[in-house]
Design a protein around this ligand. Sequence first.
Ligand code: PLP
Length: 377
Amino acid sequence: MILGHAHPDVMAAVQDAASRGFSFGTPSENEVLLAEEIVSRVEPVEQVRLVSSGTEATMSAVRLARGFTGRSKVVKFAGCYHGHVDALLAHAGSGVATFALPDSAGVPTSAAGETIVLPYNDVEALETAFAEHGSEIACLITEASPGNMGVVPPEEGFTEALRRVTAAHGALLISDEVMTGFRCSRSGWYGLEGPYSGGAPDLFTFGKVMGGGFPAAAFGGRADIMSHLAPLGPVYQAGTLSGNPVATAAGLATLRGCTPEVYTRLDEVSRTIADAASAALSAEGVPHLVQWAGSMFSVFFTSEGSRPAQTGVVRDYDDARAQDLPAFGAFFHSMLDSGVHLPPSAFEAWFVGASHDDEAVGRVLDALPAAARAASA
Ligand code: PLP
């Protein structure tokens, strides 16, 4: 909710759309306008198709990549979450490539059996996996800048290495911007890190911010790939509620409300909160690291003696899992007792919204010293 809950402009757009009909099962004007807004913001996205959730976006992008390349294997990174797609619900494995076991009951081993899981920020593991399986790999999907193991941004040159290695083996690169899209900048993570020297990702996925709190998400990218989708091409994809007129009205009003001033404010507020959290934890001697992706950040409670405590950086899922989880739990519950609802897991990103005014920020800052004390106990 980048603009805050029940923002008046979004509310007005939703009411106006709803007064004219909830669902038509056919393209609607707002759907086209929202698609145009996305295409105008993220330069490599030439065509876009709307769906109703981030899960549908990644699932459809992977199917499209498989249909386009005629290959079946998918590469993902440990600690990256792409929704509850069977083939992507796998993160086991470290070191070199590991054939993944599903993380959830109800996912047959065969569904995740074509998924290769690699450690993030590890170019050697990437090259090894592609050297072994390159001709069978349809795509590599990555969070543009991971936020689902806490914020673990790509190291300098890592995204470019993904582009280089996938292109060398004829595999597609899918950048999952469901979390970062239109949040890290008006063009998402791509707006901060791109354009890349070796070329842009082939496909992108979006969700969250672009739906303004309603079920709207999207995938898009190179037109020659998108034209493989039905009805033009052989890759089936559809959805009764996709491009829903009320959801797209909310999304459009939200994106239009994300002015340069809004992004500046998000940057300022997130810095203020992160700096204060870090100062409060330091004052209590609680080991921690703060990591950033645009205005998204995470506070990692680094256990003494762990690799991130020694290196000063959380660079992959193993590092993220080396956290002092009880310290995070104590911190979280103290904040909650003071009326501040942080993301309820040590593996999530902290977001601020444009409605976090000075009074709201003040309440967060006031709650921090006691929470830091609780974490130190
Ligand atoms: N991709 C990323 C990077 C996400 O963070 C999420 C949700 O947290 C998804 C995909 C799935 O989106 P949804 O929950 O809308 O299905």
